[in-house]
Design a binder for this molecule. Structure first.
Ligand code: AMP
Length: 305
């Protein structure tokens, strides 16, 4: 089953304790598509400027990602500049240049409108809502956001929540959105506004999935080297939604497997700048990492005493 994603397609400039990269391919839609393409057919909606060399997206096309929904508009492409210091869980945004995103109105190609799975990647919530108004009854809609939009478009974001099945945010975004310090309470606050599933990512400390009946936790894979955390959240979402689309199963048990696939894809994303590592891996690497997660958390329940 196909997955439709709308989100940013960006030039990222990133500084980490291990190096820096200037104007590399990034953006929420880009990372998501790269990760989800291992699991299901992906259709991308977004915008780039005239300065964007379309051949940069050729590796995605080679993985079968349908780029027919990418508009080539007059103006500059979206640019994000960020820095990570020793706490790799916290990105510090140094600059956000919306460029062509400031006048963008998503136009969903007719052949994308019946996509059963939709991911509203991190982008202006008004554009996320605009996309939902153009699609036909998807089975599952997930949505991501970040501090930039929580601060500048809070009301639009709150208006979007009733139309969303799952919200994926990191812990600081959950706290900022809900004004709750405790993450369990934050998740309840979000669920009360619409989404039945709330995924709260905690970087190297793993991810929680809250549903009205359950709380599930998956650790992050304990890597020896985290090179660049940029894109981990979107790659997580790509693994999560991609796996749901591949299996077509929205039961709580399967959602847990999807969270583990998300954690696996996030762990590959942080091994390189940009989408290089996520594109280079194959299904065998992914299942091996999923097995490693299974060994990491599995234990015999019989207790002594
Ligand atoms: P994450 O997966 O959460 O690390 O997201 C990383 C990507 O988000 C980067 O590649 C950026 O280009 C993109 N990004 C940063 N700020 C924004 C924003 N305000 N709106 C949309 N995308 C953004």
């Amino acid at each position: 089953m196909s997955v439709l994603v709308v989100g940013s397609i960006a030039f990222d400039s990133v500084e980490t304790p291990f190096g820096r990269a200037e104007n590399v391919l990034g953006g929420s839609a880009t990372f998501f598509a790269a990760a989800a393409s291992h699991f299901a057919p992906v259709q991308v909606v977004g915008v780039v400027g005239k300065d964007f060399p379309m051949e940069q997206l050729a590796p995605l096309a080679a993985r079968g990602v349908d780029l027919a929904g990418i508009e080539h508009a007059d103006g500059e492409s979206f640019r994000w500049r960020g820095r990570y210091r020793h706490d790799l869980n916290a990105a510090e945004t140094l600059e956000t240049r919306l460029g062509v995103f400031s006048h963008f109105r998503p136009k969903i190609p007719p052949q994308f409108r019946s996509a059963p799975f939709v991911f509203l990647g991190n982008i202006d919530p008004r554009l996320q809502l605009d996309v939902l108004q153009q699609v036909e009854k998807p089975r599952f809609v997930a949505c991501d956001t970040m501090n930039f939009w929580i601060e500048s478009r809070r009301d639009d974001l709150l208006a979007l929540l009733p139309h969303v099945d799952a919200l994926t945010v990191n812990d600081s975004e959950a706290r900022q959105l809900t004004e709750e310090v405790n993450l369990v309470r934050a998740a309840r606050w979000i669920m009360a506004r619409g989404p039945r599933h709330v995924v709260i990512k905690k970087g190297e400390h793993g991810a929680f999935m809250f549903t009205p009946e359950n709380i599930f936790f998956a650790p992050a894979y304990p890597l020896e080297e985290v090179f660049d955390p940029t894109g981990a959240g979107d790659s997580f979402a790509g693994g999560f939604i991609g796996y749901l689309a591949r299996s077509g199963d929205l039961s709580d048990e399967n959602m847990k497997r999807a969270v583990v696939c998300g954690s696996a894809m996030g762990s590959f994303a942080v091994e390189s700048f940009s989408i290089g590592r996520v594109l280079e891996i194959g299904m065998r690497d992914i299942w091996e990492r999923v097995d490693a997660f299974h060994r990491l958390v599995g234990f015999e329940r019989e207790m002594i005493g």
